[in-house]
Design a protein around this ligand. Structure first.
Ligand SMILES: [Zn+2]
Length: 277
């Protein structure tokens, strides 16, 4: 877009949390404004640094307050846009969590979305386009972001020098999620899975399922750890039964997002593991 000189006035980035929508939005604004490396961004000049720290005077950044983006926040942005830019070639507006805009906020924003001042880019970040009013979506150029592969998540963690690479296995394609994971809790989980695999009996399966029966997120992480163990095993022996087991556990883990019964899901997965072994 930058190379072709066709910068849209409104962009909508959609995709799961923690996969880099905000990072890309800021990189885009850096590329538009960087004098050292125009069209690329250098990440070192004052403009690039201020953008990445969200402290650039010509960046208007809005995110939800409480559970919503309120109409007053949007009005504030619109007021900001009536002033002349201070130093930027391109002014940027980022609305993080745009699906949380109240209907009033979204409606107030429509005219600006359609016709922002010149050299202004509005970037809306949201989980799903369907969660936004169609009137908003239709005024933006849509870009979809997809979950990363496990190795890509590991690569991001490595590049940032943070996080446990094992977290990649249950980050569901989101480096942000992997970074937010509590490594100590992760180690405890791994220990619990190891103990279960070592014991290898029905009683320990039932106990583990019971232990997580009221903790949906914990149960998902538990299955994530279990999956990472099984994937390691798959490297050693490429076995069809093991592959089926992986698919099944992945399916169960997804079903936990749709309110499947936690205890039953865990019991079923753990007993499947025992049956395979
Ligand atoms: Zn720069």
């Amino acid at each position: 877009m930058i190379e072709r000189g066709r910068v849209p006035h409104a962009l909508l980035f959609v995709g799961p949390e923690g996969i880099g929508k905000r990072t890309v939005a800021l990189a885009f604004l850096q590329a538009l404004n960087c004098a050292v490396s125009p069209g690329e961004g250098c990440d070192r000049c004052p403009s690039c640094i201020k953008l990445s720290r969200l402290s650039h005077p010509d960046l208007l950044f809005v995110s939800s307050e409480g559970a919503t983006v309120k109409v007053d926040q949007i009005r504030e942005v619109m007021r900001g846009l009536t002033m002349r830019p201070l130093e930027a070639r391109w002014r940027g507006v980022i609305v993080d969590g745009a699906e949380q805009m109240t209907l009033e906020a979204a409606n107030a924003f429509l005219k600006t979305l359609e016709e922002p001042p010149p050299r202004t880019v509005l970037i809306l970040l949201a989980r799903k386009a369907e969660e936004l009013p169609p009137t908003v979506v239709s005024r933006c150029q849509l870009l979809r972001f997809f979950p990363l592969r496990d190795e890509e998540v590991r690569e991001v963690l490595r590049m940032q020098g943070v996080g446990d690479p094992a977290a990649a296995a249950f980050a569901e394609g989101s480096p942000g999620r992997a970074l937010r994971m509590d490594i100590d809790a992760l180690k405890t989980l791994r220990k619990e899975v190891e103990d279960f695999l070592a014991a290898g009996d029905v009683l320990s399966a039932l106990e583990l399922a019971e232990h997580f029966s009221r903790d949906r997120d914990g149960a998902k992480h538990l299955l994530g750890v279990l999956l990472s163990f099984l994937k390691e095993e798959l490297w050693v022996k490429a076995d069809e039964g093991l592959l089926d087991l992986l698919w099944e556990i992945q399916r169960v883990r997804r079903s936990l997002d749709d309110n499947a019964n936690v205890r039953l899901s865990l019991e079923r997965s753990l007993l499947e593991v025992l049956r395979y072994r």
